[in-house]
Design a protein around this ligand. Structure first.
Ligand code: MN
Ligand code: MN
Length: 497
């Protein structure tokens, strides 16, 4: 607790958060231009009631963060050595490699988004809270970079995670397509609704709770401590989203609904891959407590719909598509990514009979469609030598969605939901109706972007797969993804040859 001298906290805190005054020699619009502050652009009085549910002062912020740093440092001191990581299940390390690449610099981009709100948010308390948010996100950049830095010398793939965002790897292109828009390019209103309300309150806040308990079960106490330390910051600054959404919904409900629908879909896809892979494939069976679908149903759906309803907003128009995707989407992407695993920087596992029985039980309506895919992959391994990954691998270049930049994995193995449109003499392909809808709402924002296929067609990237992996995706034979067990599984019997 901070030392109180003279004036008590409750006597100054409210005054200190409320520092807006009436501007006299400039227009509000010059100080808070709509391009930066966002729309609807409302007079200052419309924001006067802005109120954050979680009040923090700077002395309190610093004292709390210091305590959190100390306790994380203690866990890191005890459990942060390379030898501690070596004891973890092999496939869990692959889930870590996925996070080590995607997390730190996305957090850094979130520093920028928060700083924009810290300058262009329309209430002084919003700006103050966003300033704490920026400090939080800087911490979330440094913690995973620091925690996993020792692994760089141990493992080529961990080393590669630090290059991820600076590469033209297809996952990095997809991640930047979303993160640059959400965190670097968004104005203060869109940032608050897209990031604070949808992405953080809707997804990461709960995902971090789930991930830390998963890490606990797997025995990764350092990752558990790291993620829960980060989550406690997110839980505070995510609350900027609610009061901003309340004001926007009051003055322009269709726009509020649009931002909600857009960012829910985009967040869902990223989350389905990062968390879906970790929960249903990369966590060893013995440590799984619930499926990814069960987790989303229990933690995301009710909570998200309830909080949208609080602001008078409806469920997204594509809700049925989304519910169907819960049974299919991450299984589609995982099977595709396994088949093209050399295009990423972490390893994959073939689900064996026990894992497949578990997946069938958890996904009774959809697993039948995926089981034959794994039969075929197992058969190919049976016919190939252990470690000969490229014999059990895709060879052509696959197509990507012109909105999310992820492989066209909408729908089911029998019925892909890809859609094509033509615009300005160019064809655009989308993995799903919501991705197409987002593109068509703001074509100026998206149409000039070049995905992998366009870059190949224009000669900016090589058409040969191995050349593409090496030259454009920045991978080498040591760093690219392989079968985590070299195709050697106790249940996979090879005929003696
Ligand atoms: Mn963060
Ligand atoms: Mn955040």
């Amino acid at each position: 607790m901070t030392k109180e001298r003279g004036v008590k906290r409750e006597e100054w805190a409210d005054l200190a958060r409320n520092l807006d005054w009436t501007l006299s020699y400039v227009e509000d619009k010059e100080v808070f231009p709509p391009e930066m502050s966002g729309s609807p652009w409302l007079p200052q009085t419309a924001w006067a009631g802005w109120d954050e549910p979680y009040r923090t002062t700077y002395p309190e912020y610093v004292a709390t963060q210091y305590e959190k740093e100390l306790s994380l440092a203690a866990v890191r001191e005890a459990l942060g050595g390379v030898d501690d990581f070596k004891k973890l299940p092999r496939t869990w390390l692959d889930a870590l490699k996925l996070h080590a690449a995607t997390l730190p610099l996305a957090e850094f981009a979130a520093v920028i988004g928060n700083l924009r709100a810290a300058r262009f948010g329309r209430h002084s308390a919003w700006r103050t809270t966003a300033t704490f948010g920026a400090l939080d996100e800087l911490r979330h950049t440094q913690i995973p970079l620091g925690v996993m830095h020792g692994l760089v010398r141990w493992d080529e793939q961990f080393d590669w995670t630090h290059r991820f965002y600076h590469s033209d790897n297809w996952v990095a292109i997809a991640a930047r397509h979303m993160m640059d828009e959400l965190l670097l390019g968004a104005n203060a209103v869109e940032f608050a609704i897209g990031t604070n309300f949808v992405f953080e309150t809707g997804f990461t806040n709960l995902q971090f709770v789930a991930l830390s308990s998963l890490a606990h079960d797997v025995g990764d106490r350092l990752f558990e401590a790291m993620v829960s330390s980060i989550q406690s910051d997110e839980a505070r600054h995510a609350q900027i989203g609610g009061p901003v959404l309340a004001t926007v919904a009051l003055h322009d409900k269709p726009y509020a609904q649009y931002l909600l629908d857009k960012w829910f879909w985009r967040s869902w896809m990223l989350f389905a891959i990062v968390t879906g892979f970790a929960m249903d494939y990369l966590t060893p069976l013995a440590h799984r407590r619930q499926s990814f679908k069960e987790f989303v149903e229990e933690w995301i759906l009710d909570q998200f719909l309830r909080s949208a309803a609080e602001y008078g907003l409806a469920r997204p128009w594509y809700w049925e598509t989304f519910i169907a995707a819960l049974d299919h989407y991450h299984h589609m992407v995982y099977a595709s990514a396994y088949t093209y695993r050399a295009s990423v920087w972490f390893n994959f596992v073939v689900p064996g009979p026990d894992e497949r029985a578990w997946l069938r039980e958890k996904y009774p309506t959809s697993w039948d469609a995926f089981d034959p895919v794994w039969d075929r992959i197992s058969d190919r391994w049976r016919a190939s030598d252990p470690g000969n990954d490229l014999a059990v691998h895709g060879t052509s270049i696959v197509a990507f969605c012109d909105l999310c930049q992820i492989v066209l994995c909408g729908g089911t193995p029998a019925r892909n939901t890809a859609e094509v449109i033509e615009r300005g003499g160019r064809k655009y392909v989308f993995c799903s109706a919501p991705c197409r809808w987002i593109f068509e709402r703001e074509p100026d924002r998206y149409e000039a972007h070049k995905g992998v296929v366009t870059r190949v067609l224009t000669g900016e990237m090589p058409a040969n797969l191995i050349a593409l992996l090496r030259r454009s995706f920045g991978l080498t034979q040591d760093s690219w993804g392989k079968d985590a067990f070299r195709g050697e599984y106790p249940w996979l019997k090879r005929e003696s040859r």
